[in-house]
Structures are given as C-alpha cells and as structure tokens.
Design a protein around this ligand. Sequence first.
Ligand code: HPA
Length: 245
Amino acid sequence: MLAIIGGSGLTQLSNMADVRREVARTPYGEPSGALTFGRMCDEPVVFLARHGYGHTIPPHLVNYRANIWALKQAKVKGIISVASVGSIRDDMPPGTLLVPKQIIDYTWGRPSTFFEGGDSKVRHVDFTHPYDAALRQRLLAAAAAAGDTAFDGGVYAATQGPRLETAAEIDRFERDGAEVVGMTGMPEAALARELDIPYAALNVVVNYAAGRSSSQNGIEFGDIEAVLQEAMVRVRSILECLCHG
Ligand code: HPA
C-alpha cells in the first residue's frame, strides 16, 4: 500500500473510494490527523494531510515523527510527498511540477530522528540519495501517463519557515546548489529513511522565490492560491495514474 502525504492545497483526495478514517497513536504523539484509508483505481492507499485536515499546523510544528511512525505502523510500502515550493530558477515558473533528486536541509530545532540514543543504539542511516529511485521513476511515469510533465530532478532546500526567505537567503541557497525551496521536506524524508520506507516527492512550484523574477519586490500570496488550485487538479490525475504502476 502506498501512502500519500498531502501538503498545502491537497488536504484530501477526492478520487478515493471506500474511505475509512483511523486515528493512529504513536510513541511520539499524534500525527497531523487521522489516517484516511481507501482505494484509488482499485489499489489501496492511505492519505495524510501534513498540515491537518483544516490546514492548522505550520511547517515547523508538524509532528513529522508521529506521521512517519503511523504510516510505518500501517505497513505502507512507500510514501509520496506532495509539497509546494518556491522556484529559484527562472526556467521553472509557477505551475512547474518536479520530482526532486536531492535535498539541502536548513531547518533547525525540529525533532528529526527516531534514533535518540538512550536505550536504543546510536544509528546512522545512509542518506546519499534521499529519494527512492524506483518511486521517483514511478512518479515520472505516472506524470507521463497522465499526459503531463514533471521535471526529473532538482535540489530541494528545506527551510524553517513559517516566514518566507529574504532575497539574500535565496541567493545563498542558489550558491549552495538549491533550485527550489520549501518548508516541509525535512525531516520528513530522513525519518522515512530511518524506518526504511521508500520516499519520493512531487513538488509543485507555486511562486518564484523571494527576490526572483516576478517576486523581485515580494511574493504575491493571491497569485499562489490560483496556481495551487490549478496544479492540484494535475497532481490528482498523476496520483491516479501512479496507482496503475
Ligand atoms: N519558500 C519556502 N517555502 C515555500 C515557498 C517559498 O518561496 N513557496 C512554497 N513553499
């Protein structure tokens, strides 16, 4: 069974059938909401709204550990993360979909590991390639099957939020090699790796990053909402095709 974690603009999957909600308990507290089990194209899936079903949990307060632990308990075989991002690249305008390949983590102060020492052994996971190669390919194939295009690659900068970045911060991220920026990619991806759950992301560019292109003088929130709504229709079609894979 695949899990889908939905971000801003994707708080439910309207194309799910036989829906059943289950409240999960974990040693790390409560996940962002009940797990929504159901079927998409006759395949079992479980959906979780990262920011809560009423979009009330900001990126830095998401209980990433509880979310990933709950999905492990549900025995998922893979996690698809849907998340909106800002684009640092001129040639990735709002509306671009991408399946990122790498991550740079600028977040701080978030509980970011299941391996805290104490009674359990200290463990270090390999994270050279943070996203699962096979799941990435499935996502790209699903985008093609849906008649859409998702860019293959991209370096995702995970920022703390909830504020957006300064123009100088975006310049720094670019010098570091980042191409898109978002607030929720970490520690989610690392926690999935710690529990050996294949993880891949579908990013939706909803704005140019601070100081870039049309965001030269600031980010227009009104524009973001429109792009998000339109893009999520495409994301839903891609996710449906994913279940055929
Ligand atoms: N910065 C950080 N996170 C984001 C952005 C951004 O510009 N757009 C959507 N999520």
